[in-house]
Design a protein around this ligand. Structure first.
Ligand SMILES: Nc1ncnc2c1ncn2[C@@H]1O[C@H](COP(=O)(O)OP(=O)(O)OP(=O)(O)O)[C@@H](O)[C@H]1O
Length: 258
């Protein structure tokens, strides 16, 4: 039996940024892989290189050292089959919410079909924005705009979904609901997910595996498989293992911060 290649693979990846005053070593030597359709959450202190990890995977950034492979090929430029949700949604301010969601297809093919518009409306409904299709981004709250960004990232039904603290602008309840909605979408249309978060509970609740990064320069210091049953829901928060995982990760992060 041949083993299928990992969807995402980092081998000895280092990233050094040049700044006006010198250099910043964001990542030291990252070795990690994410399997096809696996949901991996990444935790780590602020500034440890989590967003850098995501930008390297997206092909928006080239590593200073080592290689980043996607589907077995070194990534050198952005790909259509990767959807990205950034910390801030960066919507087109003059375009309606629906036009923002269909933007990827307009950008790619220059035209938008009736089917595309239906897909966009269904996605907007999934992220609880039904009725806001014709509004402008400025008319929506920050959290609502972030949900538009999520719908836009899902629009092309990408194989890989990269999410950089996608729910940080949402209130606690919406955040939890969006997490479960994301899991439903992921279970319905499986995808390989790299999910960056500062919330230990969110990482454990959503992911198959949690990677913990050290303080800068970042390396992976923990690789924790989460054996909570799926589908996950509100009940999962009360699962005994949930407390064990959260406790373990919390003490790891606290110990490293001390
Ligand atoms: N383009 C850049 N030029 C210079 N330095 C950069 C650049 N991008 C990131 N850095 C630096 O690299 C380090 C890692 O940044 P990164 O955004 O990856 O961290 P992070 O873990 O995502 O942080 P946070 O959790 O606060 O969002 C930081 O010190 C940051 O200042």
């Amino acid at each position: 039996m041949t083993i299928p290649p990992a969807t995402i693979r980092f081998s000895g990846v280092g990233q050094v940024f040049r700044t006006r005053t010198g250099t910043v070593e964001a990542l030291r030597s990252v070795d990690m892989s994410i399997d096809r359709h696996e949901f991996v959450a990444v935790l780590g202190p602020s500034g440890c290189g989590k967003s850098t990890l995501l930008r390297l995977t997206s092909g928006l950034l080239k590593p200073t050292r080592g290689t980043v492979e996607v589907f077995g090929l070194e990534i050198t430029e952005p790909r259509d089959d990767i959807g990205i949700v950034f910390q801030r949604p960066t919507l087109l301010p003059w375009a309606s919410i629906e036009d923002n969601v269909v933007f990827p297809v307009r950008h790619k093919t220059g035209r938008v079909t009736t089917q595309d518009r239906e897909t966009a409306r269904a996605l907007l409904e999934k992220v609880s924005l039904k009725g806001f299709e014709n509004r402008l981004p400025d008319e929506l709250s920050g959290g609502m705009q972030q949900r538009v960004g999520i719908a836009r990232a899902l629009f092309m039904d990408p194989d890989i979904l990269l999410m950089d603290e996608p729910f940080s602008a949402l209130d606690a309840l919406t955040r939890e609901e969006m997490g479960f909605e994301l899991l439903r979408i992921w279970e319905d249309r499986p995808k390989t997910v790299m999910f960056i978060t500062h919330s230990i509970g969110e990482a454990v609740l959503l992911a198959d595996r949690v990677l913990v990064m050290s303080e800068r320069p970042g390396i992976v210091v923990e690789n924790l498989k989460i054996d909570l049953p799926r589908p996950r829901n509100m009940e999962t928060s009360n699962h005994k293992l949930m407390h064990d995982y959260v406790g373990h990760l919390r003490s790891l992060l606290l110990k490293r911060a001390a």
